[in-house]
Design a protein around this ligand. Sequence first.
Ligand code: 13P
Length: 250
Amino acid sequence: MRHSIVAGNWKMHKNALETEDLLNELIEKLPTDKEVEIIVAPAFTNLSSAAQHLEYTNIGVAAQNMHQAEGGAFTGEISASMLTSIGVNTVILGHSERRHYFNETNAVLADKVNTAMKHEMRVIFCIGEELKDRQTKQHFNVIFDQLTDGLFHLKKENWEQLVLAYEPVWAIGTGETATPEQVQEMHAYIRNQIARKYDESVAENISILYGGSVKAANAKEIFSQIDVDGGLIGGAALVADDFARIVEAI
Ligand code: 13P
């Protein structure tokens, strides 16, 4: 069901001690009276302890990635059942850093999504164009392909397990944010494509988050766009005060 979500993607930051410190600060500082789902995605090594630490709080935990296979000889990889067995039932898939640095194609991501669905996990699926795509006015086409090849094979009911995050690559970690108009335009486009492929109810029920240099200072304006249901936050999620102010902005 469409609702507000603010998720922090911690990427490869925070060791075990630092994770515990940040979680303690978040528990103290995050609002508890807002109608918003709050999620943090620490590194794999700290997921189990984070899930335990946050068990009786209003903060959920997600993994940043997962392998598509059920198990096997895939040195260094993490499976869906490894995650669910430690109480982690949400996974971020398709982040642009996974797509670009680790060559995760739409086809691989479709497999990962299928595995996550099979394990009844919720997927935060990231899509986003590069700067050259926007400069050449290909951004809608890129998003269309990412949706089509990564998600449009799914059945209608699978969409209840999905959250989308639109993260233009040129706005990630650059300090450059898409304008509220650019964000709204793309979110509306995404919703429209989903309505065309499925129907209005699927399109209306999906939460679509924006990610890319969301800060306390710009969160309110971005979150006020009608097709924006929250944010996937990178750098600002690593500072408890900043993350708390972003949650307050919802
Ligand atoms: P920044 O907020 O640091 O730009 O990162 C966004 C992001 O990649 C979240 O997944």
